[in-house]
Design a protein around this ligand. Structure first.
Ligand code: ADP
Ligand code: MG
Length: 693
C-alpha cells in the first residue's frame, strides 16, 4: 500500500524519467512533495469580462474558441500558435503562444476555455501572450485563482508540479499534526492538513496568510525546541571551572593602553563568570567592527593560562590569524606564555616568531608546552591534539556560515581532553551586528554579550556616495591624506567570492591603472583571493608597516584587519552589496584617532546606500539591511538548510516570542516529549536537516 512516506517511485503516474529531476529538487517521498511549498503565487483570481479597464493587469477570462491556427515564421524561426475567442459579451480576444505547436491539440473550436494572463491590446483587438489555459469544466488549478509557482528544474515545470500535488493531496489525510491541539486553539492556527491544502491551492489571499502563519509557527517552535535542547545538552557537559585571578586580571586591565568601554566591562564580567562555572561556556560576543572584542578574548585567555590550561583561537583567514597571533604575543609580552601560530600554509610560528616544524609544534601542543595557539581551520584537523584545552575562541564566526559553524562546534566537542566528557569553554565572536530578533530566532541556544558601544576615541567614519564622474576629486583627496602620512584602501569587491580568473584579471588591471596613471608617486599593493597565503601576508605586513600607501583589494579584506593609520576607503560598485557588508568594509578605517572617510562609488543613485551616510551604528544598519533584503540575503546562508518560511518569519517578533514561550512550556512539563510524540518525531527530522548552534 502506498502511504505518505512511500517513495514517489510507487506512484505509477510519475514516470521513471522524472525521478532524477525530482531527486534534484529533494523530492523522494510523497510527503516531500506535499511539503514542497510554492515560492510565490500568480494572482489570477480576478475572473472578468474583457474590458480596457484591465489592460496590463493579470486577469482570467472565459470564452468560446472560434478559430485556431499554427503558423511558422521562418525568418524568426518561430512557430506561433494562435486562437481567437469571444467572451460572454462577444468581445474578441487573440491569444498567442510561441514555439509550442503541440498545444494546438488542446484547443477545439466551439468549446469553452479559461485563460489567465496579462491583458494587452494589439490595434483594436485584446490580446494575451503565453497565457495559462484550462477547460472551463475543469477545476481551477492553473487559471482563475492564486496559481502557485514552484522552484523548477529542467524537465519539471510548475504546471506539472501543480498537477502532481493536486493528485497527491488525498494523502494529507495520513498526516498527524505535530502541534498540540491546545496551541491550535490558542493561536487560531489551521490544522496541518488544512494548512498544506491552502499553501498549495489557496482559496483566498487571506487563507493563504493564515496557512503560512501556521507553518511558520511550527517551524519556529521546532527551532526553539531544538535550541532549548542544545542549551540543556550543553549544560549537562562538564568543563573547567577556573576561578578568576582578580589581581592578575585587574593589573592587566590597568596596564592596557586604553580604558575598557562600559560595554566591554560588562561583557568581560559575563565571560569571566562563565569560565568559573562547571558547565562549559557557550557565548556569542556580538559587537560592531572595532568595538574591541579581541581584548576580551585576551583577558579571558589570561584566566585560563594562569590556571595552567591551554587556549585555542580560530580565525577564518590566515591574515586574521596572523594578526591575532601578533596581538596576543604583544599583549602577553611580559608574561612567560608560550604562544604559537598554526595555519594551513605551513606557516608555523612560536612566540619568538621563528618558523617551526609542524610535527614538532604538534608534539609540544600535545605535551602542553604551548599555552595558546592561534590558527585557521588547520586547528581542527585530527592530528592536532591538546593536552588540556580549556578555552576555544572562534572569531568572526559569521564568516563560517550557519552549517559550517555547527560543524565547528561539533569539532569543538571533539576537541576533547583526556578527561572524558569534559569540553572546553567556547566563545564565538562576530562583527556582524545581529538584530535582536534574529539572535533570538537563530541563536537561542547561546548566551549573548553585546558590545553596542565603540571606544570613545573613535571618530565616526564620514561616508559619502560618489557618482563615478567625481572620481578625480576623490583621488585628489586620497593624495592629500597620504601626503599627511595616512594610508588608503581601494576596495574592488567581487560579487561572488569565488574570485574567478576573469574577475581577478579585472582587479589586476585596475591596480595597474591606479598605480601607473592615477597614483604614480605612491606605492600600491594588491590583494586578492588567488594569491598564496604567504604573498597575502607579506602585502598586509607591508601595508601595516606603511611601506605601501594604498592597498587595492577585493573583499578578502573584509574581516577584522586592524590598520589604524588607514583613513580613507573607496568602495567601487557599492550598489551591488548589502548594507551590512559595506559597513564591514568601512570598518577597516576609522580605527585610529584621526578622522576617516569612506567613499561609496555608485553609478546608481541608490537610496539604500544613504543609510550608510547617515549612521555608523552597525546594529541600526543591520536592522535596515534585514528589512530591505530579508534574512536569507542578510545572512547569505541560503544554503544553510533553514526553511524559506522560517527565513521570512525571522523578522516576525511576535511569532518568535510565542514560539519561544510555548517551547519552554512544553519542555518544562514534558522534557522528553513523551506526551508529544508527533512533535518529537518532527523535531527529530528537523534536527537532522538543520544545524543550529
Ligand atoms: P573588533 O571588535 O572589530 O574585533 P578589535 O578587537 O580588533 O575590534 O579592536 C580594534 C582596536 O581597538 C584595536 O586596536 C584595539 O586595541 C582597540 N581597542 C579595543 N578596546 C578599546 C578601548 N576600550 N579603547 C580604545 N581602543 C580600544
Ligand atoms: Mg575582530
Amino acid at each position: 500500500m502506498t502511504t505518505i512516506y512511500s517513495p514517489l517511485k510507487n506512484i505509477t503516474r510519475i514516470q521513471p524519467k522524472y525521478q532524477k529531476a525530482l531527486k534534484k529538487l529533494g523530492l523522494v517521498t510523497v510527503a516531500d512533495f506535499l511539503f514542497y511549498f510554492p515560492t510565490r503565487y500568480d494572482d489570477f483570481s480576478k475572473i472578468v469580462s474583457l474590458s480596457s479597464d484591465y489592460l496590463n493587469q493579470n486577469i482570467t477570462i472565459e470564452g468560446k474558441i472560434i478559430k485556431t491556427t499554427n503558423r511558422r515564421i521562418f525568418k524568426k524561426r518561430l512557430t506561433l500558435t494562435e486562437i481567437r475567442l469571444v467572451d460572454e459579451n462577444d468581445t474578441p480576444l487573440k491569444a498567442v503562444w510561441f514555439n509550442q505547436p503541440f498545444i494546438l491539440e488542446s484547443f477545439k473550436v466551439n468549446t469553452a476555455i479559461r485563460l489567465s494572463g496579462k491583458l494587452d491590446l494589439d490595434g483594436k483587438i485584446f490580446t494575451m501572450a503565453n497565457p495559462s489555459f484550462e477547460k472551463v469544466t475543469r477545476e481551477k488549478t492553473n487559471t482563475g485563482c492564486l496559481v502557485p509557482i514552484y522552484r523548477e528544474t529542467t524537465g519539471i515545470t510548475s504546471k506539472w508540479i501543480r498537477w502532481q500535488i493536486k493528485l497527491l493531496l488525498p494523502y494529507v489525510e495520513q498526516l498527524i499534526d505535530p502541534l498540540p491541539k491546545k496551541l491550535l486553539k490558542k493561536y487560531k492556527l489551521y490544522h496541518l492538513k488544512r494548512a498544506i491544502l491552502q499553501i498549495h491551492f489557496p482559496s483566498s489571499e487571506e487563507k493563504l496568510k493564515i496557512a503560512q502563519k501556521r507553518l511558520a509557527f511550527e517551524e519556529m517552535l521546532l527551532v526553539q525546541l531544538r535550541a532549548l535542547q542544545i542549551k540543556k545538552e550543553w549544560k549537562n557537559q562538564k568543563s573547567f571551572p577556573l576561578k578568576t585571578p582578580l589581581d592578575l586580571i585587574n593589573t592587566f586591565i590597568k596596564d592596557l593602553p586604553f580604558t575598557l568601554t562600559a560595554a566591554q566591562k560588562k561583557a568581560n564580567i559575563e565571560i569571566l563568570k562563565d569560565l568559573e562555572k562547571t558547565q562549559p561556556m557557550n557565548r556569542l560576543l556580538n559587537g560592531d567592527v572595532g568595538a574591541g572584542k579581541t581584548v576580551l578574548a585576551i583577558i579571558a585567555s589570561l584566566q585560563i593560562i594562569s590556571a595552567g590550561y591551554q587556549v585555542a583561537i580560530m580565525a577564518p583567514t590566515e591574515i586574521l590569524a596572523y594578526q591575532h597571533f601578533e596581538n596576543f604575543c604583544q599583549s602577553f609580552k611580559n608574561y612567560n606564555f608560550k604562544i604559537a601560530l598554526l595555519t594551513g600554509s605551513n606557516k608555523i610560528l612560536n612566540s619568538q616568531k621563528t618558523i617551526q616544524k609542524r610535527d614538532d609544534l604538534l608534539k609540544k601542543i600535545g605535551l602542553g608546552k604551548i599555552d595558546l595557539i592561534v590558527g585557521t581551520h588547520a586547528l581542527i584537523q585530527k592530528d592536532v591534539q591538546f593536552k588540556n584545552l580549556a578555552f576555544v575562541v572562534i572569531d568572526e564566526q559569521h564568516r563560517f556560515g550557519v552549517a559550517q559553524r555547527a560543524e565547528l562546534q561539533e569539532k569543538t566537542l571533539q576537541l576533547k581532553n583526556k578527561t572524558p566528557q569534559t569540553i572546553p569553554h567556547l566563545l564565538t565572536m562576530t562583527a556582524t551586528p545581529i538584530p535582536r530578533t534574529l539572535t533570538i530566532a537563530l541563536f537561542g541556544s547561546l548566551n549573548l554579550s553585546v558590545l553596542d558601544e565603540l571606544p570613545k576615541n573613535r571618530k565616526p567614519v564620514k561616508t559619502k556616495i560618489i557618482s563615478p564622474n567625481k572620481r578625480l576629486a576623490v583621488y585628489n583627496f586620497i593624495r592629500q591624506e597620504i601626503n599627511l602620512g595616512h594610508q588608503a584602501f581601494i576596495i574592488l569587491p567581487l560579487v561572488k567570492e569565488s574570485q574567478s580568473l576573469t574577475n581577478v584579471k579585472a582587479v589586476i588591471e585596475e591596480h595597474q591603472r591606479l598605480a601607473t596613471e592615477v597614483f604614480p608617486e605612491f606605492t600600491l599593493g594588491l590583494l586578492h583571493g588567488k594569491l598564496k597565503p604567504k604573498e597575502k601576508e607579506k602585502i598586509m605586513q607591508n601595508f601595516k608597516n606603511n611601506q605601501l600607501q594604498i592597498l587595492v583589494s577585493t573583499s578578502v579584506i573584509e574581516v577584522g584587519i586592524d590598520i589604524p593609520n588607514a583613513t580613507v576607503m573607496i568602495i567601487e560598485n557599492a550598489e551591488r552589496f548589502g548594507l551590512a557588508q559595506l559597513h564591514q568594509f568601512r570598518g577597516r578605517v576609522g580605527r585610529g584617532i584621526c578622522q576617516s572617510y569612506c567613499f561609496l562609488f555608485s553609478k546608481i543613485n541608490s537610496l539604500r546606500l544613504k543609510a550608510l551616510e547617515k549612521t555608523n551604528d552597525g546594529f541600526k544598519i543591520a536592522e535596515q539591511d534585514l528589512k530591505l533584503r530579508g534574512p536569507g540575503q542578510f545572512f547569505g546562508t541560503i544554503q544553510s538548510g533553514i526553511p524559506d518560511i522560517t527565513m521570512e518569519n525571522l523578522t516576525n517578533i511576535k511569532l518568535i516570542k510565542f514560539a519561544q514561550l510555548e517551547a519552554t512550556a512544553i519542555l518544562k512539563h514534558d522534557p522528553f516529549l513523551k506526551k508529544h510524540l508527533a512533535l518529537k518525531d518532527s523535531l527529530q527530522k528537523f534536527s537532522e536537516n538543520i544545524h543550529l548552534e
